[in-house]
Design a protein around this ligand. Structure first.
Ligand code: GAF
Length: 392
């Protein structure tokens, strides 16, 4: 464990002791993610390829056996929330506590005996930046409870329960990518995930070794998944699948796309959504093949294509995200695209290491010129997935 991680675990455990009067039984961490490619494919049973960020949610946790759930966050200006596990009710909570409570609810709904807990959370994943701060909160709590109550669930099973918490308890119709990324990613790798059966392959993605960097540009335009646009896109994809007579858009082969689009000629919206999803699945497969054959630089054009498809067909970009991509392209970046749910949040830029400063300055200057808020730019290093940081 690096000194940094040990120090974070120590600090979070120390705060837990101040809040609850005794040290925690353990400290766990779960990261945020960047999605390299494969956007809005996860609820279409398709392919995604995220990797974990070094930014993470950290939880100090102890079991309780009296049915009480106490929650505290270092990042929210509020005291300790006290709830009863038997009273947790879907969509009853609109605050941050819905994420950890929802996980307790989902575990209990699935028949796991979770009898209460004291939890203190602290996160370095920027909220509302499209980097999965909510999934990190869910997964860190799920992993801690899994260990403490001896549930022996695997990473993908925890991810499914966290997705259920978010869909039903929080009320956001998200797919399975973010929770699986947080639970299952590995350092130095991107996770090639088939969201239909959650089959996984760790794809080596060591940017530094190749003289490359991946920048995250947080536009600081906030987005929220529970707002309607995400749900509308999801419903549109489901309509497209129904019109084509398939279970999910994943079942439309890339080779048969033209024929499928002809059948959708009377439904322009479904046509655009289907075209994005089917071509995006194919982009993930192309990117995987390129990375596996050591041609990392060659994924750049695939990223640009992905952005154009999200902007023009899926229509979930915004002026700030487009400006990042256009500026990066003009300044010679290898590739760039928006990442995550869209309507704000972050973009990624793949670049030669030597061009990091030039690109950062170009994007920052372009934002100032357009009158946008100053973006936050940082390097993303593929980092470990959820894990226990320390015992009692
Ligand atoms: C959000 C959702 F949470 C994911 O499930 C996924 O659909 C993503 O948007 C778009 O690819 O992060």
């Amino acid at each position: 464990m690096s000194e940094d991680v040990a120090a974070v675990a120590q600090a979070v455990a120390g705060r837990f002791r101040e809040l609850y009067g005794a040290g925690p039984e353990g400290v766990w961490a779960a990261p945020g993610r960047v999605n390299l490619i494969g956007e809005h494919t996860d609820y279409n049973d398709g392919f995604v390829m995220p990797f974990a960020l070094p930014h993470q949610a950290v939880a100090a946790v102890s079991r309780r056996d009296d049915g009480v759930l106490r929650l505290h966050s270092a990042d929210i200006d509020a005291g300790v929330a006290e709830l009863r596990v038997a009273d947790l009710l879907p969509e009853s909570d609109k605050g941050w506590t819905a994420y950890p409570s929802g996980v307790v609810w989902a575990l209990r709904e699935a028949g796991h005996e979770v009898t209460g807990a004291d939890i203190h959370l602290a996160s370095t994943v920027p909220a509302g930046a499209g980097l999965s701060s909510s999934a990190a909160l869910e997964v860190v709590v799920a992993l801690a409870l899994n260990d403490l109550f001896g549930l022996e669930l695997r990473g993908w099973q925890l991810a499914r329960l966290c997705q259920r918490a978010e869909n039903v308890y929080v009320g956001a119709p998200v797919g399975i990518m973010d929770q699986t990324a947080s639970a299952c990613c590995e350092a130095g790798h991107a996770l090639f995930l088939d969201t239909r059966d959650l089959a996984q392959r760790q794809i080596p993605f060591d940017l530094a070794a190749e003289g490359l960097r991946l920048l995250v540009v947080d536009t600081r335009v906030k987005h929220s998944h529970s707002e309607g646009e995400y749900g509308k896109r999801r419903a549109g994809c489901e309509r497209g699948a129904a019109l084509l007579g398939v279970d999910a858009l994943r079942d439309v082969p890339y080779d048969a796309l033209d024929e499928a689009l002809e059948r959708l000629a009377d439904d322009e919206e479904a046509l655009r959504l289907v075209r994005h999803v089917v071509t995006e699945d194919q982009r993930v497969e192309r990117a995987v093949a390129l990375l596996e054959s050591g041609e990392t630089r060659a994924i750049g054009p695939v990223l640009y294509e992905g952005h154009a498809s999200l902007r023009d067909d899926f229509r979930i970009s915004c002026p700030e995200l487009d400006l990042v991509v256009d500026t990066a392209s003009a300044a010679g970046a290898l590739g760039a695209r928006m990442t995550g749910g869209g309507f704000g949040g972050s973009a990624i830029v793949l670049t030669e290491a030597a061009a990091v400063d030039t690109l950062t300055e170009a994007v920052t200057r372009a934002f100032a010129k357009a009158g946008f808020r100053t973006p936050r730019v940082f390097e993303a290093v593929p980092s470990p997935g959820a894990r226990r940081l320390r015992r009692a």
